[in-house]
Ligand binder design. Structure first.
Ligand SMILES: Cc1cc2nc3c(=O)[nH]c(=O)nc-3n(C[C@H](O)[C@H](O)[C@H](O)COP(=O)(O)OP(=O)(O)OC[C@H]3O[C@@H](n4cnc5c(N)ncnc54)[C@H](O)[C@@H]3O)c2cc1C
Length: 379
């Protein structure tokens, strides 16, 4: 009987693992010895970084979406449907429609979810560009904006460690180039510096100063009053806004909570090197779904996918699967003015933001297009 590898979640991490495995195990799949199945709740594969550009009318939804079937290798099976929970006793994923998908190895890559409902008034009073719908609403609001104070309030944890900083620098640029130089930009962050990654926080101090961007730290948004247009923090600070943009705290997906896998936030306890779920030899976790103390980013999922795919291929062929993840993350940072920088770091080495340049910005734009090749395993 074929060994069944099931990938729960066909986003960045799930598609990369399945495609890499399918390429390497082609003969075993064709011989009926291995079967690879991706479960994804829709037939749409979404490249979320485009949402940032959509907010500034620099991209449209079609740029960010492809058919999941077309992204996956032709030897990978795709089940489009919602997983209700994972039952480890039965080694099966129980689907919301009542069906059951059994596995020998399970890879969980269900991502994360912004939870704006945790801040009362935020859904009504603020904008969230972390979804397609939210990015388009914000695009329209920016288009109609007549000037005033733009407040960007950040909650943790959230995916893409630098997207809030990117948005802040890009909106400053947008205001300057759309005749609203006098408008104020205020960035708030929940801890005592501008970013959880200290080198990025230090780098941002000077950049914000140079661009006349105000900031408040120790600001955990607790509630929004859409009528008064104010946001109030847990620490008792209240700020007025004309346009509020929030990056709300994220949680793990409901399927993880229903499976009783996650911690309080719905993040799965994961071994930081082997990427196996703690206590489960045949379950791997990658991407945003882990509880690892590293940034939740597409690049994290990408580097982790190399490790998971390599170890699973090894184990399916009788090896031990000994490749280790070193915590590597790489993120571009759009800095406005058609420039960008980047950071690269791992468990041992902190990030060191480089001087922004137009070349890095162009590379980031090119990478956005190349993503479709890398998701398909061609790059
Ligand atoms: C605005 C924005 C900008 C970003 N910019 C960058 C960037 O520049 N660089 C970078 O590295 N990262 C960036 N990211 C972050 C990046 O998109 C995520 O970290 C990455 O997608 C995580 O990959 P993943 O595989 O863990 O989850 P995802 O790619 O989110 O995939 C999860 C998949 O699981 C599926 N799923 C969930 N629950 C179920 C269920 N119950 N049943 C079936 N399927 C399910 C979902 O439909 C989805 O397809 C950005 C994100 C945003 C929102």
């Amino acid at each position: 009987m074929a060994k069944r590898v099931v990938l729960l979640g066909g986003g960045v991490g799930g598609s990369m693992v399945s495609n890499q495995m399918a390429r390497q195990l082609k003969s075993e799949i064709l011989a009926g010895e291995v079967e690879i199945t991706v479960i994804n709740e829709s037939d749409e594969h979404v490249y979320q970084p485009y949402f940032l550009y959509m907010a500034f009318d620099q991209a449209v939804p079609a740029d960010a979406k492809r058919s999941e079937r077309l992204v996956l290798h032709h030897l990978v099976k795709l089940v489009v449907g919602q997983a209700d929970r994972v039952d480890c006793e039965q080694s099966a994923v129980l689907m919301a429609d009542g069906s059951k998908i059994a596995y020998d190895f399970l890879v969980i890559a269900t991502g994360s979810r912004p939870a704006p409902e945790t801040v009362p008034g935020l859904v009504e009073g603020g904008h969230i560009f972390y979804t397609e719908e939210g990015a388009l609403k914000l695009r329209d609001a920016l288009h109609d904006f007549k000037g005033g104070r733009v407040v960007i309030t950040v909650g943790v944890p959230h995916k893409c460690p630098v997207a809030p900083v990117e948005f802040t620098l890009m909106v400053r640029d947008w205001l300057n180039t759309h005749g609203m130089e006098d408008s104020e930009v205020l960035y708030t962050y929940p801890i005592g510096r501008l970013h959880s990654l200290e080198p990025v926080a230090n780098w941002a101090v000077k950049v914000f100063e140079d661009r006349n961007i105000q900031s408040r730290t120790f600001f955990n948004a607790e509630s929004v009053d859409p009528q008064k247009q104010t946001v109030t923090s847990l620490e008792g600070d209240t700020v007025k806004y004309d346009l509020l943009v929030a990056i709300p705290p994220h949680t793990g997906q409901e399927v993880i909570k229903r499976s009783e896998f996650g911690d309080a936030g719905g993040w799965i306890p994961t071994n930081r090197h082997s990427l196996q779920m703690e206590g489960h030899d045949n379950i791997y976790v990658l991407g945003d779904a882990t509880n690892l103390p590293i940034s939740k980013a597409g690049s994290t999922a990408h580097f982790e996918a190399d490790v998971v795919a390599s170890n699973l291929v090894s184990r399916l062929r009788g090896g031990l699967g000994s490749v280790r993840y070193d915590g590597k993350v790489f993120c571009f940072i759009e800095t406005g003015n058609d420039e960008a920088t980047y950071i690269k770091f791992d468990y041992q080495n902190p990030p060191r933001p480089q001087t922004p340049s137009e070349l890095i910005h162009l590379y980031k734009l090119a990478f956005n297009k190349m993503y479709w090749l890398s998701a398909a395993g061609i790059l």
